[in-house]
Design a protein around this ligand. Sequence first.
Ligand code: ADP
Ligand code: MG
Length: 392
Amino acid sequence: MINKKSVEDIDVKSKRVLVRCDFNVPLDKETGEITSDKRIVESLKTINYLIENGAKVILCSHIGKTGKNISLDKVAKRLEELLSRKVIFLKDIYSSETQKVIDNLKEGEVVLLENTRMTEKEEANDMEFAKKLASFAEVFVNDAFGSAHRAHASTEGVTHFLPSVCGFLIEKEIEALDKGINDPKRPLVAVIGGAKVSSKISVLTNLLDKVDTMIIGGAMTYTFIKAQGGKIGKSLCEDDKLDVAADILKKALDKGVRFLLPVDNVIAQEMSEDAKTRICAVDEIPDDYMGLDIGPKSIELFKGEIEMAGTVVWNGPVGVFEYEKFANGTKEIALAMANSKAVTIIGGGDSAAAVEKFGLEDKMYHVSTGGGASLEFMEGKKLPGIEALQDK
Ligand code: ADP
Ligand code: MG
């Protein structure tokens, strides 16, 4: 349960409310058009609530990396369409024109400030910048789950100057992730994949204390297989993490966690769409081959576990799903989750992208909007953007 005040716990009528959204949407590299508006759609509940309750709504967000100076103008346009109302887009937060618009805002009106990462002060959590943002409003609502793991000026800095609460998206995210990990319907099965053991050590370690079954997939597999003495060819492997992998295997044994590695895999000599593929045992990969997806026996094994689960938490694709040739394992895992009666929770940017790509989002209990934030939550870390909000 989230123990933070939400928009519903405060009076917003006639108040100028600064809302930190997560409008960090993916853009087409060539046209600059929005390729998925999921994050904008997910922010509507809080924005509509504020409009309906007579607030003067001031939205802000980052998009892209600092230095890239990507504008939120496309987001403003899409938001207007989704809200069916005018969104005033303010390009320069320091201009007197911006101040005038904000001073004259009426109840139910919506403005969007330009990308907070137009300045380095955002990520530096610069207090002068935070104070400037806060000066526009009387209340702060953080609804940017995807940025909650970062203490930046618009996520944490502003909370030093305004009474601060969470929005509906943060509430939904925390409740789903918390239920899945800390109060799950059992058996709790975690599926952890992705590229590297090193980026998942904390997740693996934290989840070993919670899960009944841990399923491993993706490139991470090979560090574990090599640690057990298997032959992994030229598969991705972190040789400096072999002892970490061995330690995790031992911990799983000590804690009585069922720890399942793939038994077979799809191998190829190169990672390409027209590569010739073969299936072989996961610990018998020829020298000039690499493992790029889980094989049919592993799919059956993992599907069985997912079918019997009370809760499935998934982070990390089990193969190179960006290539059609190596996407089958990830697709079958996603399908098994979509068809299972279990509470299904997906965290991690690439895993969420995979679920979306297969069109299975609506069949899942929860697909997190925050890649890094959901990962840090699964690591058992506190998220500074949420910690800074007022307690209930
Ligand atoms: P998430 O964003 O969901 O946390 P990660 O970023 O940890 O996931 O990992 C995703 C990446 O892992 C994908 O780009 C995928 O191609 C890669 N990957 C999965 N399996 C393999 C493999 N066998 N070999 C190389 N890369 C892999
Ligand atoms: Mg990723």
